[in-house]
Design a protein around this ligand. Sequence first.
Ligand SMILES: [Fe+2]
Length: 313
Amino acid sequence: MPHTLSADPIFTDWRAETGRVWGGVAQRLRHRLHEHPLFSNEALAQLIDIYPRRHYSLVQWGEHGQRSAWREGEIGDLTGAQVIEAIGASRVWINLRNAPMVDPRYRTLLDEIFDELATRMPGFDTVNRTMGILISSPKSRTLYHCDLPGQSLWQIRGRKRVFVYPTTAPFLRPEHVEGIALRGVEVDMPYESWYDEHAQIFDIEPGDMLHWPLNAPHRVDNFDCLNVSMTLEYFTDEIRRSHMVTRANGILRTQFGLAPRSHVTHGAGFWMKAALQKGLRNLPAVRGMDRPRKRPDFRLDPTKPGAIAEIAA
Ligand SMILES: [Fe+2]
């Protein structure tokens, strides 16, 4: 791991105090990845050209953005360049969920980013790092939800408004995180519009990056333009321990009718919970239900950018 920064670091406005509040607060930083060759339109189009079907999600969202109105589709015979053009003219987003697995150049970049973070924050050791690339249509929305890993959102193209909410009740309750840890459903968290009065609101543009406290609920509204964003996910030892306690508490709550109060991630209490969640994780009632992949409902229409071709049942 390098202990000196490269001559051309990825973060361009990092200050000494940035690392001291990392993970404790929501903060916006500046980066230069929007000018990186791997995020040019040509590179993204080429990535889509080789991207395996099973590793992307293509979703058409409904008028009011509810998840119940989401439909999943396929890119069909379109080239990557045509896919990007179609998304700009439709109500669709594509999530390339794990770019480094598909193209090793993104793995190299992912490692560079985390090496720089570890240089800037000694002891910031991360595992299970992934990079997703999200290309989303004008006015596309991401609903109120929270994520289990550490997360950051990097804006490459377009503009969006990001709402980040407190990690306390009623915005976030332990049951919400436990539900995600056990069942993998991120977007069924209760949300009321007045929550926004308590959100930190960031309008982000190319070159902005956001990072927020672990599990902080958030939602995103695109402005009226095509958006390209990148998300990084990671675990540290502390996040991994927190995740184990969350799973154990979820099991105690749902299977044993208890109301666990402690979220301690060290000592005897932690190790008991670590063993509990490991021992019970294969019980059918506990095992995260893999969401069955739905048959796609639509395909992008190669003859007209933004048009949708229905797939017959
Ligand atoms: Fe998220």
